[in-house]
Design a protein around this ligand. Structure first.
Ligand SMILES: [Zn+2]
Length: 308
């Protein structure tokens, strides 16, 4: 009969695990402010400078391991943690809502690791807003930063597998194959069918994937006073749309870019079921009786319109 591991290895050779060391909740005082170490923050800030200097260019960086899985917003989280100071006011949303699981957990994590940072749910009060899948309805002001969590940073990935070739295509501004993809949509469906991640040309050169925001939000990138930062943690890329920069969705001269219009069968714009707003992006769902209900996706905007 073979001996067991415990019998063959002397006890003192086996690692002794101190259970108190495993309990990280006991003492946070040894952690750096903002979770990341200062070298990581410096590198991310330098990457951000480059991203702002070359609007739309995907700058590589060494994405750090975070205490959430890649694909759950690690890129956006690393940008936010590198920028936050104690004077900042932070808002975190997911699909427009402050109360969804992803938003609540990221907000809790940041409040634990950044003591002193104020939290808000009201867009105009925030200095940094971290978001997934939506741009808030209140327009960004000068001095505000919107950080988007990005799953796939490169719009060319749908037409070219090789990253080296994609880099060359970006460098040369060669988006011919992307245009062909849009044209094929026109031929097949009589309109461009991309609903999210609509390819958008920044400052007349680089085309970006603006993350899975709806078409409705794409015009909010164009010539606004606020700064947009995009972080893709799994793909290790950061890019930016600086204030007052052109952001044009790719389309043909004779096919104007169209956003979701939320019109009913009679051609009237549906209002939000809760606040009555007719200019916000609406979520569609079924109520308890199985009837279709339309409601603002931006919970802060909906509350503000309700209290007007
Ligand atoms: Zn509403």
């Amino acid at each position: 009969m073979n001996p067991t591991l415990q019998e063959t290895v002397p006890e003192k050779v086996l690692p002794q695990v101190n259970s108190e060391e495993l309990d990280s909740s006991k003492d946070n005082s040894t952690h750096e402010f903002g979770f990341l170490d200062s070298f990581a923050k410096k590198e991310i800030r330098r990457t951000l400078f480059k991203a702002v200097s070359i609007p739309g260019y995907q700058v590589p960086y060494s994405s750090r391991e975070m205490p959430i899985a890649r694909g759950f917003g690690t890129g956006g989280l690393q940008i936010t943690l590198s920028l936050l100071g104690q004077e900042d006011v932070l808002k975190v949303i997911d699909q427009g809502s402050d109360e969804s699981v992803n938003a609540v957990n990221i907000r809790n994590f940041i409040s634990k690791t950044c003591p002193g940072v104020s939290l808000t749910k009201h867009t105009p009060e925030a200095t940094i807003i971290q978001t997934r899948h939506r741009i808030p309805e209140f327009p960004l002001k000068l001095g505000q930063i919107l950080v988007l969590q990005v799953p796939y940073p490169d719009p060319l990935v749908i037409v070219e597998n090789s990253e080296a070739k994609r880099k060359q295509m970006h460098g040369e501004g060669d988006y011919a194959r992307l245009w062909v993809k849009l044209y094929e949509d026109m031929v097949q469906f009589s309109e461009i069918t991309i609903s999210h991640r609509y390819p958008t040309r920044i400052n007349g050169h680089y085309v970006i994937d603006p993350s899975p925001i709806p078409r409705f939000d794409v015009p909010k990138l164009h010539q606004v006073p606020g700064l947009y930062l995009f972080g893709a943690g799994r793909e290790k890329k950061i890019y930016a749309v600086p204030p007052f920069t052109d952001a044009q969705p790719l389309t043909f001269d004779d096919v104007p870019f169209r956003v979701e219009d939320f019109k009913d069968a009679n051609g009237n714009r549906r209002p939000c079921n809760r606040c009555g707003s007719t200019d916000s992006y609406l979520d569609e769902f079924l109520d308890e009786e199985g009837c279709r209900v339309y409601q603002c996706s931006d919970s802060d905007y909906c509350n503000s319109m309700l209290n007007k």
